[in-house]
Design a protein around this ligand. Structure first.
Ligand code: ADP
Ligand code: MG
Length: 214
């Protein structure tokens, strides 16, 4: 039973996440075409292609360096709303932390709790607005809950992935209040949000990687 993940494992986990997003480009494009401008898949795939390259040459001193590399690479290389929003998810959670060579479930929950707060501050979206927040907030809450209950890393990531999937499914039932999807009004009901789908893919791959490697 592993209760933590070290800097090298974290790096490898996010290389796997990058590959997952790159291979999901068409799937994400299809979703964003129905309800947005269709650029979400291309933007995310481009961002994570660069992230993968940067991670492969990274020699992290600390686990936080992995998050920093992901966030800054996304901010530097992706356009659109999601470049800033996803960049924020990865960069803002590690600001002002005491760097460490490994992360516990509690550390992960602390990092993502902080980045959720910054994301919501920046984007102004809350749960129910049909954005990535609908998938991210339940995943973060699941991590917090697992940290309190002392669950191991695999189980904690599995719960987080499950909750983010539920959140992504929930976006099908509600009307968009933000971004380009807003102009679709009631027609957005029945369709899932692209950003929420990406958040689910990220947590799902984190969980799958942990299952196979921790
Ligand atoms: P763009 O909106 O520039 O075309 P993308 O298509 O890459 O960018 O990303 C759209 C996604 O961004 C949406 O599916 C939604 O999840 C997310 N999003 C848009 N606006 C906000 C916001 N204000 N707060 C949080 N997430 C948002
Ligand atoms: Mg778009």
């Amino acid at each position: 039973m592993r209760v933590d993940i070290n800097k090298e494992e974290l790096k490898n986990m996010f290389i796997a996440v990058s590959e997952k997003i790159i291979s999901s480009e068409d799937f994400l494009t299809e979703i964003d075409l129905k309800i947005g401008d269709g650029d979400h898949g291309t933007g995310m795939a481009l961002g994570f292609k660069n992230v993968k390259e940067q991670l492969e040459i990274l020699k992290p001193d600390y686990a936080e360096d992995v998050f920093k590399t992901i966030g800054t690479t996304m901010l530097d290389t992706m356009g659109g709303a999601s470049g800033v929003l996803f960049g924020t998810v990865f960069i803002s959670g590690i600001l002002n932390r005491n760097p460490s060579e490994k992360l516990t479930v509690f550390d992960l929950s602390e990092i993502f709790t902080k980045s959720l707060k910054v994301l919501k501050n920046r984007g102004k979206a809350e749960v129910g607005d049909k954005t990535m927040v609908d998938a991210f907030e339940p995943a973060v809450k699941a991590l917090e809950d697992s940290a309190i209950k002392g669950k191991d890393m695999k189980e904690s990531l599995k719960e987080a992935a499950g909750k983010s999937k539920e959140g992504m499914e929930y976006t099908k039932t509600i009307q968009a209040k933000f971004g380009r999807a807003k102009s679709y009004g009631e027609k957005s009901i029945g369709l899932q949000d692209a950003g929420a789908t990406s958040i689910w893919l990220i947590f799902q791959e984190m969980s799958d990687w942990a299952d196979n490697n921790l």
